[in-house]
Write a protein that binds this ligand. Structure first.
Ligand code: NAI
Ligand code: MG
Length: 356
């Protein structure tokens, strides 16, 4: 029997509430297959940990996480700890240390899910965002000079390396080729006259290696408009760290809301663990009430199953989510329902049981 070792960082706010439900679903799936099992190890890191210890994770936290097959993360961030600290000292530290340079965010309107758009066919909202996740605008390079003085200056530098740009674009081409879909690059070569001109050039170069993949290229502002006006243009999409961050929240709004959007942080070489998470935050406004939507976290469990090569189970979980949405009976308040977090997950498990 294969044991998959998962590091669980439930984090803050609704993080622990949704993660425990995701784990229930993963354990359910493992119980149907006698060839593998999950072994979860819990790490108490996050903002509460910070308030006690003055740091977001143990000093050797990255060392501790290295031996795991994957990381399952809830959300981090809570009032009282500045967001740039909670983000940089935990989430971004993990993404960067483990070279999780691919962020995969599906923007697919499942059957039964509501979209913010009117007059749109469900099958026309089916995008796969591949976001650069290791450098770009979130390189962390910069300085704050003469802080507090009237001539203070801040510098926030973007870093686009040849290696970093090529590998994400190549990953996107491989994905588009495998799925037989088009690939759209989103950049901003008119205003960002170094970084994005370079990005566009690399996209052209790599494109030449994939003559079978149909391509398109848009400026980010036009892309934001077109995602609303004509979403079917977008199939597989590759973009930079910042643009991907923003556009996938827009994507969440047109594909069922923030309670449904999942993201995988992948180290394709598998030298380090990859990390699976809902894209929403710790939702302090609803934390502790047991009403957070666990579906995004459950969708990310489906991504984890795909990553481990259990695509059939990944599909099983995703189809259970879809079935639940179509039934429309057991939903949390953000989806206009009255169910609790655990009632939704229990229903997912019931659907899985009735399918297998
Ligand atoms: P948020 O995603 O936590 O909340 C935005 C809105 O969506 C809120 O009204 C919230 O109630 C709702 N919402 C979020 N998740 C939900 C769920 N599962 N079910 C139902 N409703 C849900 O974003 P916000 O408020 O900007 O940030 C709150 C904290 O979370 C901040 O400290 C921020 O830094 C952190 N954050 C952490 C992220 C992560 O760990 N990956 C990502 C985004 C924000
Ligand atoms: Mg974001």
């Amino acid at each position: 029997m294969k044991i998959l070792k998962i590091a669980v960082i439930a984090g803050d706010g609704v993080g622990p509430e949704v993660i425990s439900e995701g784990i229930k679903v993963l354990n359910k799936v493992a119980s149907i297959d006698s060839t593998f099992q999950f072994d979860f190890t819990y790490f108490p890191w996050g903002c509460e940990f910070y308030s006690k210890h003055g740091k977001m994770m143990d000093d050797d936290g990255i060392e501790q996480l290295k031996e795991f097959d994957a990381i399952y993360l809830g959300a981090v961030g809570f009032p009282g700890v500045p967001d740039h600290i909670s983000l940089w000292d935990l989430l971004l530290k993990i993404r960067k240390s483990f070279d999780q340079y691919v962020n995969i965010r599906p923007v697919t309107l499942l059957k039964g899910a509501k979209t913010a758009l009117s007059d749109v066919k469900r099958e026309n909202i089916n995008m796969l965002f591949i976001r650069e996740n290791s450098e770009g605008e979130y390189s962390g390079a910069g300085d704050w000079l003469f802080k507090g003085q009237d001539h203070e200056v801040v510098l926030q530098n973007s870093v686009f390396s040849r290696k970093g740009t090529e590998r994400i674009i190549r990953y996107a081409f491989e994905t588009a080729k495998r799925e037989g879909r088009s690939l759209t690059s989103i950049s901003k070569g008119n205003a960002l006259n170094y970084s994005m001109v370079f990005w566009d050039q690399v996209f052209e170069e790599v494109s030449a290696e994939y003559p079978e993949v149909k391509t398109a290229s848009y400026l980010v502002d036009a892309a934001a408009m077109l995602m609303i006006k004509d979403p079917k243009r977008f199939e597989v999409v590759v973009t930079s760290n910042l643009f991907g961050d923003i556009l996938t929240d827009l994507g969440a709004a047109i594909a069922g809301g923030i309670g449904l959007a999942a993201g995988a942080n992948i180290n394709p070489e598998r030298d380090y663990p990859s990390m699976f998470e809902p894209i929403h935050g710790s939702a302090p406004d609803i934390a502790g009430q047991g009403i957070a939507n666990p579906l995004a976290t459950i969708w990310s469990a489906s991504q984890m199953l795909d990553f481990f090569g259990y695509e059939a189970y990944g599909k099983l979980v995703l189809e259970a989510i879809e079935q639940l949405l179509v039934d429309g009976q057991v939903l949390t308040p953000d989806m206009n329902g009255t169910a609790s977090t655990s009632e939704v997950a229990d229903k997912i498990i019931e659907i899985i049981e009735s399918t297998v």
